[in-house]
Design a protein around this ligand. Sequence first.
Ligand code: NAI
Length: 245
Amino acid sequence: MTVDLTGRVALVTGGARGIGHAIAGRLLEAGAHVAISDVKGAPEAAAELSGKGKTHGVTANVSDPGQVEHSVIEVEKELGPIDILINNAGITRDGMLVRMGDQEWDSVLAVNLKAAFSMTKLVARGMMKRRWGRIVNIASVVGLTGNRGQANYAASKAGLIGFTKAVAKELASRNVLVNAVAPGFIDTAMTKDLPDNVREALMGQIPLGRLGSPEDVAKAVLFLVSDLADYITGQVVVVDGGMVM
Ligand code: NAI
């Protein structure tokens, strides 16, 4: 069975690199037209992926509701109404709670959580009208387990999981499915600066014995937006090599 997304339009936030870039590639290979939105590098990433299908890159900071709105208008003008939304853009500003400033808290919540609200609200109405939509929010296992030094990040990802379930219940009757993917320790720019001892300790906790790749996450997302997942909504799919179970 192959996944066929021919005729579908997808938007991936934070798609210029890392996990979002891999997701965009998979969606293109499945036949979707794919818009990449990112605060930097979106046009270049879209050009780079254009050999796989129709792409469009849009520069937008997802934490700015005005830029989010403009990006959606631009994507729908270039590619058509959005059927598939992947809320992937995310940042970390780690630090222990007692030293964490308001700025670290607010910026992480704005990009990782509020942006998903702004983006989803804008595209959900059209999906509901057309009686078809797939939304996947990229959370984190840290949103399930918590993590030292990541009170802001864990709160944002736990919030994103709650948001996923609430919106899944609201939109289900219109055949708009909303799920979350919670990656574990994935080898991207976000994790490359971890000290060697931390990296080794983390590896010891992964039963499958390796870090995840952006492709590992992208494959789960592809499943959730495909017909294979027609009866799945409000779920959190953990992609972590067995780290959290
Ligand atoms: P990354 O740092 O490689 O890529 C994130 C992308 O988001 C970048 O292209 C960046 O420019 C973009 N971005 C950041 N702030 C933005 C903003 N305000 N507006 C628009 N775009 C913005 O990170 P990675 O690893 O690919 O992460 C993707 C998602 O996966 C994030 O939500 C992250 O929290 C999540 N995740 C990553 C894990 C990992 O181990 N790498 C583990 C669990 C979750």
